[in-house]
Write a new protein. Structure first.
Length: 149
């Protein structure tokens, strides 16, 4: 056992506590079809799931990588949060989705620490998941989506 893992005990063995997996890395893109084509051409990666999520004003394409996904995201309307992001910051990593067993429990943990959440209670996400977003100002500049399958 290395010095590092001795210092950190269980955590060094890969326990993420309430986080069970990286569910997805979401990338905001201007042209969904162009991004899909690029991933196919470069890596042979193909779309596992494609969906318009009207409640969030986005269309997503999920490319499965092992147990996780790359979520390519593009806005479907001008007032979409992803439209604002693209306008202000350009294409790039928009959020990280962490898989959890119990979205409400993970959300409550953030709230108990005084964190700012964007969903007071879990709500429906894409592909039948239950999700809640945590404000990036609470989590070191990273917009976090808690994803319960
Ligand atoms: N990652 C990191 N920081 C971000 C960010 C992001 N994705 N989006 C905004 N920010 C930062 C901005 O840079 C800005 O920082 P400064 O004040 O230092 O300049 C601050 O947060 C406020 O940003 P804003 O441009 O004014 O944007 P809003 O506050 O209007 O919206 C957010 C930002 C996170 C509250 C909004 O995007 C939101 O509610 N997101 C949750 C829902 C969502 O993203 N849905 C789409 C994905 C759906 C899915 O994956 O299924
Ligand atoms: Co997402």
């Amino acid at each position: 056992m290395s010095f590092h893992s001795q210092q950190h005990g269980e955590n060094a063995q890969g326990h993420g506590g309430l986080l069970t997996e990286i569910d997805h890395v979401a990338i905001a893109v201007n042209d969904l079809d162009a991004a899909i084509a690029w991933y196919r051409e470069a890596f042979g990666a193909t779309v596992t799931h494609r969906e318009k999520v009207e409640s969030d004003g986005v269309e997503e394409a999920l490319l499965q990588v092992a147990e996780s996904y790359v979520q390519l995201l593009t806005p479907t309307r001008d007032d979409s949060p992803v439209a604002k992001y693209l306008e202000k910051r350009g294409e790039g990593i928009h959020h990280i989705g962490y898989r959890v067993d119990d979205c409400a429990q993970a959300l409550d943990a953030i709230k108990a620490m005084g964190g700012k959440v964007l969903d007071e209670t879990p709500r429906p996400g894409s592909r039948g998941t239950t999700v809640a977003f945590v404000h990036p100002k609470t989590s070191f500049g990273t917009l976090i989506e808690l994803v319960q399958e």
